[in-house]
Every structure is written in structure tokens, then in C-alpha cells.
Design a protein around this ligand. Structure first.
Ligand code: GMT
Length: 378
């Protein structure tokens, strides 16, 4: 099949899922066309079935804000027409589902029919999408998509609570290429470059937005560090970074906290992590937690949103109420202080990710595309 994928090309979870999905589809022989403003960060062009079409914006003095949706929908029309795409899969409702709807209408005028699959990822619903500024257009775009999917049961429930949705939202969990993590685990993990042999390594990966509560990450680490020799690795960039640095300095733990910035080597970094911290205000799914678990890292997280569907309390890690840094620290200590317990949690975390393997999830998306294709033929 010929599939168009519209996504954010950044390190954020929705872009990562879209890119990994596109690459996996190309590996299976589908022709995949990414349509976005930059080349997706995780995209590597090892397959000749992969194409990237950049959405370019024109500067004009009148525009305070450049009309990205207009440029995107024009580009979608161009690509669908030129490459005769069968289906468009848009990740993150804002503004992708809206742009896809507009493109679809323009294509109808040209006698071309294309189906639109929209995948809701979380903040497009919970934090941004339901805001009165966007709500009407987001609800309209969801209701006018041919298929709507959400990455967790919790996100489906939240979408139905916040919007009046006519379609049945299909839940398709995010996935992980387990083989990629197995390979990374087999390669030599250069742990000595980061920590001394008796030190534990705690890790956090995010876009450092307020929703991630990076200060809670540091507070949890501070408590753990008092009891157990340890290092904290912070991967990512974002608006809360300087606040986080200030707190690290204030708590006088800067020698043991490493800010590593954005990285495309997360798999390698996770290979020497002992605990992953994700104390988010909300997470529709928590792909970062799943990636950590695939790398045999137990997760200490909040119990918000879809996190309980990914992290199993007492098995793959622990879940706590939002802001309960003391409990999170105690849970981390209880895992870290005993090597056997740590090994058991590591094993459980790895085992649990099998149900989210790419091999299980990819056919579900393919079936959705096929069903769109059939609808089109009628
Ligand atoms: O977490 C973010 O701020 C990034 C955001 C995105 O859309 O890129 O992540 C959302 O989608 C991910 C992939 O489906 C989920 O794993 C994240 O939980 C979700 N983030 C939130 O709900 C806050």
C-alpha cells in the first residue's frame, strides 16, 4: 500500500511512534511518504520505500503567525495526487487532522478519494486540544476522520469525556521494536564511563515541559542519593531545563547529575540505567517508560493517565500519586538496595514489554489501512 504519514518530526513521543511505524511499514514493503516540516529525527533512509516531503513556509511581512495548516494541506494534496496514496495517517490531532480534512476536501474536487486515519497521542486532547481556543476545530477534525485511534484506554475515555465524539475510537497501544533493544543489550554497555561500580544509575527522558515535572525527578533523586550512591542522567531539552539546573545546584548534587541534552542514542543510554523516573502530571501512555522497560529498566512513575496500562505496580516498577516524591523515592530505594530485587524488576519490565512488541501492533495498523482501502473501492 502507499501510505502518507503526517507527524511532528521532533523527539516527542508522537513523532517517534509515527517514524518507527513508517520505517516498519517500509520494511514490510509498503511505500511510505512522510509529510512534515523537517526530516523526522529518528528517520533513517535505509529503505528505498521511504520518502520525505518537506512542508515549506513562505515568509510574508503581514503574517504574525505563518499559516502552517495551509502549507501542510497544500503539500498533502500535492503528494497524494502525485504518488497516488491510498491512505493518510495523521499523528497528533492539532493541526494535522484538520489539515488532512482540508486536503481530503480539495482532493474530492479533483475526483480523488483518500481516507484519513487520525491517531490521538495525548496532549492534543488533554492539555491543548480541549482548550476553548482549539476545541471546536479539534472535535470537528476527529469526527471527520475515517478512523480514529488512541494510544491508551485512558486517552479514549478522556477524549470521550472532553469532546462529543461520533466515531468509535479504537485503542492501539504504542509499540516497541524489542529486537533493537535486545541488540543494544548484547553490545558492551560502557557503564564505567558514567558511574563508579558501586553507584546506581537513575534516568529521565523527556521534553522538559511543565507536564513532565522535572523538579520532582530531581527531588526523588535527591532522596535516593542520600541513601544509595547514585548518578542521575537527564536526557532532553525544554523550557524547564534551567529551573531543573537551579534546583540541582541548590541541593548541591551537581557532581552526580548529568544533563545530556537531546539524544538519538537513548537506547544506548538506557542500557546502563537501573531506574527510570517519570513523575508526570499526566501521560496518555508514556512511551519513554516503555522504551526504558524494553531496556530492562524498572519505572517509578505517577499513576496518572495511561501510565497504569504500561507500568505495573509492584512488578515492572511502582506507581504513586502525583507529587508524592517521598513515596517515589522510597519505592526506588526498595528496588535499588538489593541486587536480587533489582534483577527481578528488570526481568519483569523486559518481559512485560513483549505485549507491546512491534510484531503485535504493526498488523493492527495494516488492517486499518486495508479496511480504508476497501471502503474506497466501494
Ligand atoms: O509527552 C509529550 O509532551 C510529547 C507527546 C507527543 O505527542 O509527542 O507525547 C504524547 O504522546 C506519546 C506517544 O503516544 C505518549 O507516549 C505520551 O504519553 C504523550 N504525552 C502526554 O500525554 C503528556
Amino acid at each position: 500500500m502507499k501510505i502518507g504519514i503526517v507527524c511532528y518530526p521532533t523527539f516527542g513521543g508522537s513523532g517517534v511512534v509515527a517514524t518507527e511505524l513508517g520505517m516498519a511499514l517500509a520494511d514490510k514493503g509498503h511505500e511510505v511518504h512522510f509529510i512534515t516540516y523537517n526530516q523526522p529525527v529518528r528517520l533513517d533512509f535505509i529503505s528505498h520505500h521511504l520518502h520525505f516531503h518537506q512542508v515549506l513556509l513562505e515568509e510574508y511581512p503581514l503574517f504574525q503567525y505563518q499559516p502552517y495548516e495551509l502549507a501542510l494541506s497544500s503539500k498533502i494534496v500535492e503528494v497524494v495526487e502525485k504518488y497516488q496514496l491510498d491512505v493518510l495517517h495523521v499523528h497528533y490531532a492539532i493541526p494535522h487532522a484538520y489539515a488532512a480534512y482540508m486536503a481530503k476536501q480539495m482532493l474530492i474536487e479533483k475526483g480523488i478519494s483518500v481516507k484519513v486515519v487520525t491517531t490521538l497521542h495525548g496532549t492534543d486532547i488533554t492539555l491543548v486540544g480541549s482548550h476553548p481556543t482549539y476545541k471546536t476545530a479539534v472535535e470537528f477534525s476527529i469526527n471527520n476522520s475515517d478512523v480514529v485511534t488512541a494510544v491508551s484506554n485512558d486517552l479514549k475515555k478522556t477524549t470521550n469525556r472532553l469532546f462529543i465524539i461520533k466515531n468509535n475510537i479504537q485503542v492501539i497501544y504504542n509499540f516497541i521494536d524489542t529486537q533493537k533493544y535486545d541488540k543494544a543489550h548484547q553490545q558492551k554497555c560502557n557503564r564505567a564511563a558514567i558511574a563508579k561500580p558501586d553507584e546506581r544509575i537513575l534516568t529521565h527522558v523527556s521534553n522538559f515541559r511543565p507536564v513532565k515535572r522535572v523538579e520532582d525527578v530531581i527531588k526523588v533523586f535527591y532522596e535516593v542519593h542520600k541513601e544509595i550512591p547514585s548518578k542521575l542522567l537527564l536526557i532532553g531539552e525544554g523550557p524547564e531545563r534551567s529551573k531543573a539546573e537551579n534546583l540541582v545546584n541548590k541541593l548541591k548534587i551537581s557532581n552526580d547529575v548529568l544533563f545530556l541534552g537531546n539524544s538519538s542514542e537513548v537506547t544506548k543510554i538506557l542500557c546502563y540505567s537501573d531506574i527510570f523516573l517519570l513523575p508526570s502530571q499526566t501521560e496518555s501512555f508514556g512511551l519513554a517508560a516503555l522504551e526504558a522497560m524494553a531496556a530492562r529498566t524498572p519505572v517509578i512513575s505517577t499513576n496518572t493517565g495511561g501510565l497504569p496500562e504500561v507500568n505495573i505496580h509492584g512488578k515492572t516498577g511502582y506507581l504513586s500519586d502525583l507529587g508524592d516524591v517521598t513515596e517515589m523515592a522510597n519505592n526506588a530505594i526498595s528496588i535499588l538496595k538489593n541486587q536480587e530485587t533489582l534483577e527481578m524488576f528488570k526481568q519483569n519490565a523486559k518481559e512485560h514489554t513483549k505485549r507491546f512488541s512491534l510484531d503485535n501492533i504493526l498488523p493492527i495498523y495494516e488492517d486499518i489501512y486495508k479496511s480504508c482501502y476497501k471502503k474506497q473501492d466501494l
